[in-house]
Design a protein around this ligand. Structure first.
Ligand code: NAD
Ligand code: UGA
Length: 474
């Protein structure tokens, strides 16, 4: 192997950059790792002495940070000097969907990636391996390479030299540390064998050799988009079937179990829920749609777009169903929302189904008491684009279309007409329904969009229950 990596810089201290570098630092104590970001507040939180205040909640992350931080893992805003010193640079910045201009609503916005490439071109010294960690459209490496090649050409005595690799990340939030420590596979795409082997030698410190796949750079970029598209496709498929179950008397859990036992299908990712959320599924599929259209493959684009359309329809279906069951109106009715994160074990709310469903209910005039063990009120305020209003908790005067965050579920259920479970937090399966039922306004409803509640306990507490995909008469 030609290049020995001693100093890594990761640009972007987000949900991927932070945990990924923490695990590399933990597994490779001989490598110095600097994670840099333009967001000073985020960096401050990464450096906070109280590990409860890390900007990202991931089980197990705090322990690793405690072991490595300020030993071989550093968080700072010192972008220039850390690029200068690095022999490998990971680009791990955000790549959201473009909001305006060509490709708006579908294509990825690559402005942050381009800024990074230009900074790397400006500040790097000697030979540097640049690794795409962000999820990028196929052919993005070309853009990065073009910028870096211009810098190579203009450098004194051609002293600058770059290699670009694609190394997409497959971690899931909530299980990021486990996924990073025991990945199904690590994908490295590139055209320079020495550069590929240098990155391979880092992962092979803890990942078995047969799980480290080498591909060409375009296959690697496309495999990441395809992987997310396939996963999201399974969720839209089972959610579509859940609607059919509800009208035919079938039970989606039984259908999932039956089809999942077929080893060709497999049992994972077949849980019907309120629709997929998270920062990536929708964005990456829309990116695939954009690319397909760009290359004139309209049928391919329509196929993938259908998965996002189904997800939007499914979330709307749940909102409408809640209103319908509550006698066609939720105006000034108190509804308790359990869960705002897009899945359990994360504080991330990006594209959470809760945002759309809460917005629908607020528009219908409901008063929402929102509970989530990890998401704070400031985040909810940003997502709903509406100020919190505590008056709904004890107001004599109804507060139409208002919301507030609650810590105590029992208190929140006082006078409520309905409870809606939208995130599968473990604690929601432990609720004492008899206690809750006494406090609610009868007849009261429980809507279990995650299918995590004990059906008989809810029923015994004299509550009406709707469960996702459950068409059985009970
Ligand atoms: P994020 O928004 O949490 O973090 C990105 C960080 O990059 C932000 O803190 C931002 O301030 C910083 N940044 C942007 N431009 C910068 C610049 N020029 N210099 C320094 N810092 C800069 O995003 P994320 O969730 O970590 O996702 C990053 C990428 O990884 C995306 O492409 C995403 O699709 C991909 N991905 C995400 C996940 C996930 O679970 N979140 C999993 C796999 C892949
Ligand atoms: C997903 C992929 O699983 C990761 O491999 C990928 O790296 C990542 O996207 C990314 O590129 O960002 P993540 O979004 O963190 O990870 O979480 P998932 O577990 O995939 O869940 C996504 C959404 O689907 C959540 O809203 C979840 O509740 C929902 N889901 C998942 C279901 O409704 N049913 C299921 O059976 C599984």
């Amino acid at each position: 192997m030609k290049y020995k990596i001693k100093n890594i810089c990761c640009i972007g201290a987000g949900y991927v950059g932070g945990p990924t570098m923490a695990v590399i630092a933990d597994k490779c104590p001989e490598i110095l790792i600097n994670v840099v970001d333009v967001n000073q507040d985020r960096i401050k939180l990464w450096n906070s002495s109280d590990l409860e205040n890390l900007p990202i909640y991931e089980p197990g992350l705090d322990k690793i940070i405690n072991r490595c931080r300020n030993k071989n893992l550093f968080f700072s805003c010192k972008i220039k000097e850390n690029i200068q010193n690095a022999d490998m640079i990971f680009i791990s910045v955000n790549t959201p969907t473009k909001k305006t201009g060509f490709g708006a609503g579908k294509a990825s916005d690559l402005k942050w990636v381009e800024v990074c490439a230009r900074e790397v071109a400006k500040f790097s010294t000697g030979h540097t391996i640049v690794v795409e960690k962000s999820t990028l459209p196929v052919k993005t490496a070309e853009v990065i390479k073009n910028i870096l090649q211009a810098a190579e050409f203009n450098s004194d005595n051609h002293s600058l030299k770059f290699d670009v690799l694609s190394n997409p990340e497959f971690l899931s939030e909530g299980t990021a540390i486990k996924d990073l420590e025991k990945p199904d596979r690590v994908l490295i795409g590139g055209d320079n064998k020495d550069a590929i082997l240098s990155l391979d030698s880092i992962y092979s410190k803890w990942v078995p050799k047969n799980k480290i796949l080498h591909t060409n750079i375009w296959s690697s970029e496309l495999a990441k988009l395809t992987s997310n598209a396939f996963l999201a496709q399974r969720i839209s498929s089972i959610n579509a079937i859940s609607a059919l179950c509800e009208t035919t008397g079938a039970d989606v859990r039984e259908v999932s179990r039956a089809i999942g036992s077929d080893t060709r299908i497999g049992s994972k990712f077949l849980d019907s829920g309120p629709g997929f959320g998270g920062s990536c599924f929708k964005k990456d599929i829309l990116n695939l749609v954009y690319l397909s259209k760009y290359f004139g493959l309209n049928e391919v684009a329509d196929f993938w777009e259908g998965i996002v359309n189904l997800n939007n329809w499914h979330q709307r279906r749940i909102s409408e169903l809640i209103v319908k069951k509550l006698f066609g109106t939720v105006t000034c009715k108190k509804i308790c929302i359990l869960g705002f994160a897009f899945k359990a074990n994360t504080n991330d709310t990006r594209e959470s189904a809760s945002i759309n469903i809460c917005n629908d209910l607020l528009e219908e005039g409901a008063m929402l008491c929102i509970h989530d063990p990890k998401v704070d009120a400031i985040q909810i305020e940003k997502d709903l684009n509406k100020k919190e209003n505590h008056k709904i908790l004890n107001a004599e005067i109804p507060q139409e279309g208002q919301w507030c965050k609650v810590k105590d579920i029992n208190l929140a259920s006082e006078g409520a007409d309905a409870i809606v479970v939208l995130t599968e937090w473990e604690e929601y399966s432990q609720i004492n329904w008899k206690e809750v039922s006494k406090r609610m306004r009868q007849p009261a409803w429980v809507f279990d969009a995650r299918s995590i509640l004990n059906r008989s306990q809810v029923k015994k507490a004299n509550l009406n229950l709707w469960r996702i995909g459950d068409g059985t008469k009970y």
